[in-house]
Ligand binder design. Structure first.
Ligand code: SF4
Length: 475
C-alpha cells in the first residue's frame, strides 16, 4: 500500500489528522546501556507515528563511528523484539516513530538516518517539515550530494555534515545549519561523543529534556520521560541547541527570538493528555476547551460524550461547565495496525465500527452532545453521528474543540489542502446538515489562547491562515 492509500485508509477508519513523528534520545554518562530506555520511550510516543520506527545506538568509549541500528515498517511492537534489541547496546542513542506527511512510506525513509562522513558519524531523527526543503535539496544536488531517501531529515543531515567540515564542533555545525533551515524541526541527533537536541526558532514541534540519575533524555513529549522514570528538567526553548556530553548539559540560545509559533493543535489533539507541552498540561487544556464550548454553544441535552481519545477530556470540560451528565458513549479499538486489510466499499461502514463503536445504553432515547477535536473532511463525523442516531439517540449536537480548519499545515502534520477541508468550502449550517446533526458549534478562534494559559506564542495558521513562516512555493 503506498503513502496516499495509507492516508486514505486511516482517514476513513478514524478521519483524524496525523502528527509526523516522535523523537527520543538518551545518553548515559556512566556508560549504562540506553537501548531499553529508548525502546520504552518510543512506545510512549507511538501515537505520534505508526508507520515505521527505529533505534540507533553507539558507545562513546567504543570504536569511533560504530553505530548499531534497527529500523522497520510498523509499530514499535512489530519492529523490535528481544533478539534485535540485544544486538544494539551502547550508552548513547536516538529513536524515532514516523508517520509520513512528506516523503513516501517505505523502509528507505525510516529513521534514525545514519550517515558516515569525514568527521565520523551522525545519527539524525527529526519531527516537522522544512518549508525550503526543495531549494536546499536542489542546491545540495548541484554540488554533488546524492540522496537515498525523500525525507527532510536527509537534507538536514547533509547540511549539518557540510557545515561540520568548517566548524570546530558539531553543535557549531548545527547552529550554522539552523540558519539555513526554514520551517518546523525538532531534531535529536548523536555524534560519536555527543547527544544534541535542537528546536527551530519558532518551536513549532515540542521537545523536552529529562534526567534519571546520570542518564539524560530528549523526548517529543513528557509522557515518554515518565515511561523511563526520568525527571522532567525543562523544555528546549525555540531556537535553542542543547548539547549533552560527558560533562553534562550545555546550551546555545543565540538563535532564540521572542517570536515563537508553537503548534496549538498539540494541545487539542496530537499530544497525549498525560503530557505537559511547554509547561502546559494537555489534559487541562482540553478540559478548558470543553468549558469554553459549553459557554459559547450551550444546548439542552441529557448526556455529553466525547469521541475518543482527545474528545473525552473536552467532553468532561463541557459536562463540568454545563452541569449535563458525562457519559462514555464510545469504545475505541486501538489495536488496528498497518496490516489492517483495506475493506471493499460494501463493508466500509463496519470497518469504522471496528475502530469505534457506540455503547447503546448511554445514548438510547437521549439528547446527546458529542464532542470531537476537529472535522477535517467530514465523512467520518457524518458516520459517527449516524451511528449515534441508529443506536437510539433522539438528538445529536456536535461540538468541536477547535475552530474550523480553513488552511493547510506545512509544519509537520497532514492538515490537507483547502479543497479537501469541509469548513473551507461550506458554511457551518451546511456542514451541520451534511453531518445529519441537530446543531453544530466550533470553538471560537478568539479564545484559543485560553487553552495555553494566555500565552500568545502559538501557531494557529490552519485556522487563521496567518503563517509565521512563509509556506513553501511547491507543496
Ligand atoms: S498550522 Fe495548525 S497544525 Fe500546523 S503547526 Fe500551525 S497550529 Fe499546528
Amino acid at each position: 500500500m503506498n503513502n496516499a492509500e495509507n492516508n486514505i485508509l486511516s482517514d476513513y477508519i478514524d478521519g483524524k489528522l496525523h502528527e509526523e513523528c516522535g523523537v527520543f534520545g538518551a545518553y548515559s554518562i556512566e556508560n549504562e546501556d540506553v537501548t531499553a530506555s529508548i525502546y520504552y520511550g518510543l512506545y510512549a510516543l507511538q501515537h505520534r507515528g505508526q508507520e515505521s520506527c527505529g533505534i540507533a545506538v553507539s558507545d562513546t568509549n567504543g570504536p569511533k563511528g560504530r553505530v548499531n541500528s534497527c529500523k522497520g515498517m510498523g509499530l514499535v511492537n512489530d519492529v523490535f523484539d528481544e533478539n534485535n534489541l540485544e544486538k544494539l547496546g551502547g550508552n548513547i542513542g536516538v529513536g524515532h516513530v514516523r508517520y509520513s506527511t512528506a516523503g513516501a512510506s517505505c523502509i528507505e525513509n525510516t529513521q534514525p538516518l545514519v550517515i558516515n562522513y569525514v568527521k565520523g558519524t551522525l545519527a539524525v531523527t527529526h519531527n516537522g517539515n522544512l518549508t525550503n526543503v526543495a531549494e536546499l535539496r536542489d542546491e545540495l544536488s548541484r554540488t554533488g550530494a546524492i540522496f537515498q531517501t525523500t525525507v527532510d531529515s536527509e537534507v538536514i543531515a547533509y547540511v549539518i555534515a557540510r557545515e561540520r567540515i568548517n566548524t570546530r564542533n558539531v553543535e557549531e555545525a548545527a547552529k550554522n545549519a539552523m540558519m539555513k533551515l526554514k520551517g518546523a524541526y525538532s531534531i535529536v541527533m548523536m555524534s560519536p561523543k555527543k547527544l544534541i537536541g535542537c528546536r527551530d526558532p519558532f518551536g513549532f514541534r515540542p521537545l523536552c529534556i529529562g534526567k534519571r540519575e546520570n542518564t539524560y533524555f530528549f523526548a517529543s513529549e513528557t509522557c515518554a520521560l515518565d515511561s523511563v522514570d526520568a525527571e522532567f528538567i525543562r523544555d528546549v526553548i525555540p531556537g535553542e541547541i542543547v548539547t549533552i556530553d560527558k560533562n553534562g548539559i550545555c546550551s546555545d540560545t543565540s538563535l532564540c527570538t521572542e517570536k515563537a509559533a508553537k503548534c496549538i493543535f498539540e494541545y487539542i489533539y496530537f499530544a497525549r493528555p498525560d503530557s505537559y507541552v511547554d509547561g502546559v498540561s494537555v489534559y487541562s487544556s482540553r478540559i478548558m476547551a470543553g468549558r469554553i464550548l459549553a459557554q459559547q454553544h450551550p444546548v439542552e441535552a441529557d448526556v455529553v460524550i466525547g469521541v475518543p481519545d482527545s474528545g473525552s477530556a473536552a467532553a468532561m470540560g463541557f459536562a463540568l461547565e454545563s452541569g449535563i451528565q458525562y457519559g462514555t458513549g464510545f469504545i475505541k479499538n486501538s489495536y488496528i495496525g498497518r496490516t489492517f486489510i483495506k475493506p471493499k466499499q460494501s463493508v466500509r461502514e463496519s470497518a469504522v465500527k471496528i475502530k469505534l463503536n457506540v455503547i447503546k445504553e448511554v445514548v438510547k432515547g437521549k439528547r446527546v452532545v458529542m464532542i470531537d477535536d476537529s472535522i477535517v473532511r467530514g465523512t467520518t463525523s457524518e458516520r459517527i453521528v449516524r451511528m449515534l442516531k441508529n443506536a437510539g439517540a433522539t438528538e445529536v449536537h456536535v461540538r468541536i474543540s477547535s475552530p474550523p480548519f480553513l488552511h493547510p499545515c506545512y509544519f509537520g502534520t497532514d492538515v490537507p489542502s483547502c479543497d479537501q477541508l469541509i469548513a473551507a468550502n461550506n458554511t457551518i449550517d451546511e456542514i451541520c446538515q451534511m453531518l445529519g446533526a441537530d446543531s453544530l458549534g466550533y470553538l471560537d478562534g478568539e479564545r484559543l489562547s485560553e487553552l495555553v494559559e494566555g500565552d500568545c506564542g502559538y501557531c494557529e495558521a490552519c485556522f487563521s491562515g496567518k503563517y509565521a513562516v512563509e509556506p513553501p512555493k511547491e507543496n
